[in-house]
Design a protein around this ligand. Structure first.
Ligand SMILES: CC(C)=CCC/C(C)=C/CC/C(C)=C/CC/C(C)=C/COC[C@H](O)COP(=O)(O)O
Ligand code: GRG
Ligand code: MG
Length: 284
């Protein structure tokens, strides 16, 4: 894969696009602003991934030397310029979206997200829980950003409220996954003197918090059926996502080794993808 494509982590960026488009599916409204919104999220998330690897290049040289910067395929200078370019294009698209929906909110979300991703990579990621909460807040914004674009375009407050519900679940489950990823990276983070939650409070306590959040999100998620947002088919497919999240929780509670953490992290990501499907099916 081309180094400039690999460094933006297209898989995650596409998941961000899906979250935005899901709001169009749920709101049954497909307009130019939502398409532009999906592109803005892809570019902003790409910029965040690039600047994250820029600031992580020393630790990645130890833990993940195959990545584009430590492997020498992209220079530090080019990586910084590339991330700024991606953020600027995303913000320019945000200006167009705000003009089209006649509200400053979409542009504000893109600007805040871009600044927060830069600050996360520069500073916040080394602070216990604050880094995890920042990434999770950004992830939840995918849905909320899409919800505002559709809601402002169609003057539909309900879709905005729905986006906050989905954003809440994305937030909780991403906090769980970020703590799990920090558990996996604990040795490398110790070298970099990062004060992550597992380093400060231990892997066992981290597994309790991560497992609790996976179970909490799963147990609360049927509320989207009972409050009438999604149909009965949502519950049927949601069961698969819940099983996956519970499997992830059991994995991390049973064994806190890096291999087990990696497995749990992958399980949660699979659960996210299944959740995307259940949100779409549940809205028809
Ligand atoms: C209970 C329930 C129904 C939960 C569903 C939650 C859901 C659908 C979450 C999806 C959130 C989302 C829009 C994710 C976008 C992509 C993503 C994974 C973003 C956060 O990733 C940061 C992470 O540090 C990247 O690490 P890695 O994946 O290892 O490269
Ligand atoms: C709403 C708008 C306009 C944008 C949202 C952008 C989103 C969804 C961001 C989600 C969080 C994200 C993917 C941030 C990028 C930075 C990143 C990859 C953080 C994780 O990096 P590390 O904590 O170093 O983990 P790695 O070990 O994977 O490098
Ligand atoms: Mg990193």
């Amino acid at each position: 894969m081309n180094a400039y494509l690999k460094i933006i982590r297209p898989g995650n960026a596409v998941m961000g696009i899906i979250a935005v488009i899901l709001m169009a599916i749920i709101g049954t409204n497909y307009n130019i602003p939502i398409i532009l919104g999906a592109i803005a999220v892809f570019l902003a998330m790409g910029g965040g991934n690039v600047i994250n690897d820029y600031f992580d290049h020393e630790i990645d040289a130890i833990n993940k030397p195959e990545r584009p910067i430590p492997s020498g395929r992209i220079s530090l200078k080019n990586a910084k310029i590339y991330s700024y370019f991606l953020f600027i294009i995303a913000i320019l698209i945000g200006i167009i979206i705000s003009y089209l929906v006649n509200s400053y909110i979409p542009l504000l979300i893109v600007i805040i997200s871009s600044l927060l991703m830069y600050y996360y990579a520069h500073t916040l990621k080394k602070i216990a829980l604050i880094g995890n909460l920042s990434i999770s807040f950004l992830t939840s914004l995918c849905f909320i950003f899409g919800g505002f674009i559709i809601g402002l375009e169609t003057k539909n407050i309900e879709i905005i409220i729905t986006s906050f519900y989905l954003g809440f679940f994305a937030f909780v489950i991403t906090v769980a996954r970020e703590i799990t990823k920090d558990m996996e990276d604990i040795e490398g983070d110790k070298i970099e003197k990062a004060k992550t939650f597992p380093i400060l409070y231990g892997k066992k306590n981290s597994s309790y918090l991560s497992g609790f959040l996976m179970v909490l999100a799963s147990v609360l998620s049927p509320i989207l059926y009972f409050n009438g947002i999604f149909n009965f088919y949502y519950l049927l497919v949601l069961a698969l996502a819940i099983i996956t999240f519970f499997y992830g929780a059991c994995t991390i509670l049973k064994d806190q080794s890096p291999i087990s953490c990696k497995k749990a992290s992958k399980l949660v990501k699979i659960g996210m993808i299944i959740s995307f499907i259940t949100f779409a099916i549940g809205s028809f």
